[in-house]
Design a protein around this ligand. Structure first.
Ligand code: NAP
Length: 287
């Protein structure tokens, strides 16, 4: 029996998860298919219910369903509960469990591909949405010392700073005014973009949340945006002489963690990264 895996979202045509997950399954000789399903919000409950069938191993969940799936699961692990979002569902017997591998993927990429251990460091996080919440929790777990959250809607930054503070990180919140941003960036060892600014087809395509004059050359600049792979922020960071990390590694590492939960096998990360890079290039070539 060919096992069934996949990802749900709405829309889902943009996802490159099928490319790198199928490459991993094929590489490991696992008889399974990984499919992208566009599931409208009103069909999420029924879709999750159907995952109890024997051939289903589980799924990934992306925007806008990461919270919506929760009421249909039998249990949600501590990490996903804390994040308030599920990106991976695993079936064991008749039980469906929700997990969140985004924080793990973010940290592993930071440490392995970015070469930075956040323990004792200072970070500027841009954005206060779903991914920023996961990033703040992951950085707090990893022992970050100081955090500034900058967001267009300052109240959301304040709420996230309160969470950081609760988790033992000295945290503050600011808006996106140039003066405050410049001061916060100047003190940062790590700058993470968790906004959609710079994302293709997003609200601020082609823009960078910081200019090169605002970026210290000693910082690592990590952009969660992976489309385009070389974002306007990463270009500004290079101009400033800073080290850079794009979002593709995080995407692959969060998927690698899901793969390991579904299959019980070590994920072939190099194979996945190569397939993801190739899928991005092909997609951009077809634009
Ligand atoms: N690499 C990965 O694996 C990975 C994983 C997750 C997400 N991401 C990427 O991360 C980005 C954010 O995702 P998310 O899920 O956190 O989104 P989200 O929950 O919708 O949050 C969006 C954030 O962007 C800000 N924003 C939106 N438009 C803006 C503008 N024109 N100017 C300034 N700020 C603006 C929002 O500010 P307000 O609060 O003021 O609205 C908010 O902080 C996306 O590009 C996504 O693709 C990548």
């Amino acid at each position: 029996m060919t096992a069934v895996l996949g990802i749900i979202g709405y829309p889902i045509g943009h996802s490159i998860s099928p490319a790198f997950q199928q490459a991993a399954l094929d590489h490991c000789g696992i008889d399974a298919t990984y499919t992208a399903w566009a599931v409208p919000p009103e069909q999420v409950g029924q879709f999750v219910q159907d995952l109890r069938r024997p051939e289903a191993l589980g799924i990934n969940v992306t925007v806008p369903h990461k919270e919506a799936v929760i009421p249909f699961l039998d249990q949600v692990d501590d990490g996903a509960t804390e994040a308030g979002a599920v990106n991976t569902i695993v079936r064991r017997g008749d039980m469906l469990t929700g997990h969140n591998t985004d924080g793990y993927g973010f940290l592993r990429a930071l440490q392995e591909a970015g070469g930075l251990d956040p323990r004792g460091k200072r970070a500027l996080v841009l954005g206060a949405g779903g991914s920023a919440r996961g990033v703040v929790l992951a950085l707090a777990r990893a022992g970050l010392a100081r955090l500034t959250i900058a967001n267009r809607t300052v109240q959301r930054a304040e709420a996230l700073a309160a969470l950081g503070q609760k988790r033992g990180v000295t945290s503050g919140a600011i808006g996106l005014e140039a003066g405050g941003l410049t001061r916060a960036a100047a003190q940062a060892d790590l700058i993470v973009n968790c906004t959609t600014v710079g994302m293709d087809h997003g609200p601020a395509q082609g823009e960078s949340p910081l200019s090169w004059q605002q970026i210290p050359g000693s910082a690592l600049v990590y952009d969660l945006v992976y489309n385009p792979p070389d974002t306007p922020l990463l270009q500004q960071a290079r101009q400033a002489g800073a080290r850079t990390l794009g979002g593709l590694h995080m995407l692959v590492y969060q998927g690698a963690a899901s793969f390991e939960m579904w299959t019980g096998q070590a994920a072939p990360v190099a194979v996945m990264l190569a397939a993801a890079t190739q899928a991005m290039a092909a997609r951009r070539g077809n634009k």
